[in-house]
Ligand binder design. Structure first.
Ligand SMILES: Cc1cc2nc3c(=O)[nH]c(=O)nc-3n(C[C@H](O)[C@H](O)[C@H](O)COP(=O)(O)O)c2cc1C
Length: 466
């Protein structure tokens, strides 16, 4: 087996998810809605042999949302266009399980997987922003723990639907007039807590079997879901120690579910601050943070609390007691803010700066940043990084000055060895469950070697994740 290598994702986030990033002189103000911007950057990432591009998404905004959130392309539509303009790079789209139906989601990702010839991935989120409820006919956001139960069932149903057709279900024999072998088509007939889905799905599997499942969400329930269903995690730990703790926790949970911990890869976000020397990079960090304005920092701080208005509190008193606020939204993020403010004894003003400021553990010369990335990888804190692409200069510097150091050391690949996303990530192709059951039944049958009756269509999912 080839040596384990660091994986790379590129989060394409147009004009950026910070309040000020869009003002960079070389970044087009319409980047978030310009398919050419996405194609151009996906091709750059592909030329640099990234494993995947990654699109975040959420179905709720306010007028104060960060510029990229205000006006952006829907991820699956966007990635279908990128699929046609690239050949190798994986394509991961975020879609919520809280406000979608599994049948639609299975079709959409099944289509992207065929369009891209086996390069699709689904980043499963439960939606942190409570206001989303109002866009789907609900008075209130679905409760945090209910969202996670729903997510587990949703993904199980989607994966069940993706196996509707066995891989050899279509003889397409024009001579005999046989298009489909009906014995290889399976309904789902799922009846669960949240969904009733008969199936079958009207789309077959791709060459990678099924799209790769990613997950983002760091609360207890989020970690548990990831450990059960994910092959990739988009994480956001801030320090090496936090990342290492998180890494160990996830791998331990995955093993407890009977999974191979090597088949769940952890990718924290990466926003390095680069310059020719470490000193210049630190100055650059100070300069960027010096341009922040407090009003926007307070808006940003409010986002994990469903855009809570922090201007109502005195700035120079201890961070306010928010009670349960945030527990039903971005719980993992909200908890962290409350915890840090308390343990570090911060005022509201200090908390706003602390979380609005770009605090990256990757600040320095290309060599310093490459060393640090390698350390995180070798010392069990990450399997990959999700580099945030917005500022064009930063992306170029990273590709041209940091990656060659890592490539030279064998930490990242020189060239693609595979054509699918599963191939890039070293993940096995999941066997079609019906074909696998047929094979298992055949090998345990006393009449081994004789043709068996097809598995009854209508095998049902119990609601558990397989
Ligand atoms: C790093 C990270 C990225 C996330 N990205 C998204 C996203 O793109 N869209 C979304 O609706 N929610 C996103 N979430 C939110 C989670 O899916 C989840 O809805 C919310 O955080 C509450 O879960 P938690 O309490 O487990 O963190 C993200 C969460 C994390 C930690």
């Amino acid at each position: 087996m080839s040596e384990r290598q660091l994986k790379l994702g590129a989060i394409l986030s147009g004009v950026g998810t910070t309040q000020n990033g869009w003002r960079h002189p070389d970044l087009p103000g319409y980047a978030s809605i310009d398919i050419d911007w996405f194609i151009d950057n996906a091709r750059k990432a592909e030329a640099a042999k990234f494993d995947l591009v990654f699109i975040v998404d959420s179905p709720y905004i306010t007028p104060d949302s960060a510029p990229h959130f205000l006006n952006r392309l829907e991820p699956l539509t966007l990635l279908s266009a990128v699929a046609g303009a690239t050949k190798r790079i994986g394509l991961v789209a975020t879609l919520t399980t809280s406000y979608t139906e599994p049948f639609n989601v299975a079709r959409q990702f099944g289509s992207l997987d065929l369009i891209s010839r086996g390069r699709a991935g689904w980043n499963v989120v439960t939606t942190g922003l409570e206001g989303a409820a109002g866009n789907y006919g609900l008075e209130q956001h679905i409760d945090h723990s209910v969202r996670y139960r729903r997510a587990a069932e949703h993904v199980a149903v989607v994966q069940g639907l993706w196996d509707s057709y066995e891989d050899d279900a279509f003889p397409r024999d024009k001579q005999r007039g046989v298009f489909l072998d009906k014995s290889k088509l399976h309904a789902l007939n799922h009846r669960g807590e949240f969904f009733s889905v008969s199936g079958p799905l009207n789309i077959s599997r791709s060459r990678q079997g099924q799209p790769v499942i990613f997950q983002a969400g760091t609360s207890e329930e989020g970690r548990d879901l990831a450990a059960r269903i994910a092959n990739g995690i988009y994480a956001n730990e801030e320090t090496f120690e936090e990342a290492q703790d998180y890494y160990r926790d996830i791998k331990r949970r995955a093993a407890a579910y009977g999974r191979d911990p090597n088949e769940i890869l952890i990718f924290p976000g990466l926003v390095p601050i680069l310059a020719d020397t470490d000193e210049q990079a630190r100055l650059r960090e100070e300069e960027v943070n010096g341009q922040l304005d407090l009003k926007k920092a307070l808006v940003q701080l409010g986002r994990p609390f469903n855009y809570h208005d922090f201007t109502q509190y005195p700035l120079d008193e201890p961070f306010p007691d928010l009670g349960e606020l945030g527990l039903n939204g971005y719980r993992g993020g909200a908890d962290r803010i409350k915890r840090v403010a308390k343990t570090e004894g911060l005022t509201l003003r200090e908390t706003a700066w602390r979380f609005a400021a770009r605090r990256s553990p990757f600040v320095g010369s290309p060599l310093t940043v490459a060393n640090e990335m390698e350390r995180w990888f070798r010392e069990g804190a990450v399997d990959g990084f999700n580099f945030r692409v917005s500022n064009p200069q930063d992306f170029q510097e990273f590709v041209e000055r940091v990656l060659p150091i890592l490539r030279e050391r064998g930490v990242i690949r020189r060239d693609y060895e595979h054509e699918t996303l599963r191939g890039h990530l070293g993940l096995p192709i999941p066997a079609n469950r019906h074909a696998a059951a047929r094979t298992a039944a055949r090998s345990s049958s006393p009449n081994h070697g004789h043709a068996l009756a097809p598995i009854a269509s209508g095998s049902s999912l119990s609601g558990d994740v397989e």
